[in-house]
Design a protein around this ligand. Sequence first.
Ligand code: ADP
Ligand code: MG
Length: 409
Amino acid sequence: MALINLLTKKQIEVLQSYLNDDWKYLILNGAVRAGKTVIDNYLFLLELKRIKQLAEREKEPHPQYILAGYSSNSIYTNVISSIENQFGIVMNTDRHGHYHLFGVDIVPAYTGSVRGIGAIRGMTSYGAYINEASLATHEVFQEIVQRCSVGSARIICDTNPDIPTHWLKTDYIDNHDPKARIKSFSFTIDDNTFLAKDYVDALKAATPRGMFYDRSILGQWVTGEGIVYQDFNANTMVIDDKNIPDGLSYYCGVDWGFEHPNPILLLGDDNQGNTYVVKDFTKRHKFISYWVDIAKRLQTEYGRNLIFYVDSARPDNLNEFQANGINAINANKNILPGIEYVAQKMRQGKFFIAKSASKGLLEELYQYAWDEKTGEPLKENDVRHNDRLDALRYAIYSKNKKGGFIPWN
Ligand SMILES: Nc1ncnc2c1ncn2[C@@H]1O[C@H](COP(=O)(O)OP(=O)(O)O)[C@@H](O)[C@H]1O
Ligand SMILES: [Mg+2]
């Protein structure tokens, strides 16, 4: 069978570079679902074969190799189970948690925290495969590089883009010094010719414009610029209170504050994935008893099980709510995934605000801008408030996270 039936053009390019070029680092970066991990998994197997032969020549009976990924879960889903599916190879761990294939001892390392690399400390590795490399802490990445101390050791990585000042971009991908022997390939989603056209079209249409689109679809290392919620449109998304449907599935978002405004937002979802902001109870300089009263009133009106997703920064307030029989739980405060989730609702036209609840939200929406240095929204200050938007994100993201709404998560 011709290679082009098995691999995309871009993957063939990578394979040819793997086979013919002189490299120490081979870095695949770019869009989601672009075919990076599939080809890297194949290169990983080729590396293991190469290493086994090399070790035999060097009379090394026990060659070791590092398989790194953000967490044990992500290594399993992205690499191990994909290899099992792609190639029908079954990989089990031994009592040390290592995998064994083609006579090579494969040591997993978790790059999300320094603790995750205990297993590779002091090790001499014939190479490493690092999945989702930009998520690795810099220290862990450097430790892996140092462990690859066998003369001909090589490192293959794949990664999605991050901020342009990320160390992986500046120190490696942009390093064209021939002595560094770094080969990098940038993928866009259109490089993956195995994806169905309507799937790709739907993904493009649903991806919020701006940073999320430029990174996920185009594969660019960009930071956010300008307004965060670019797809928000007051003309279509702020609607008369009488047009908010009844009988929604209601829930609340809470961002604690005293000097800063303290919002409680009441939201409701219908069963088509539309989300409505129904009421906004934001006030400053109120003590917890005031908020308990509001929450109890809402409970009376919307049911005892009404969930309040609250800012986890004030466990005392959470306790007070719970002690008063209010169904309050800590919100998921993951910033970028949360924003992406809310932005996607806007992009898809599934987000609405009741006119009576819109004034403060509109003010915040129009000044909620990216910090180009950090790649996250600009922090609050005297003129800028994001309190309602935080409460909004806590509520929407926490409620829906498990639903698997974003197709590639
Ligand atoms: N060579 C290929 N042959 C068949 N399907 C492929 C191939 N490359 C990629 N795919 C499909 O595209 C999906 C996304 O590829 P993947 O490598 O996981 O993307 P990325 O790592 O860039 O996010 C895979 O799950 C698979 O279904
Ligand atoms: Mg991948």
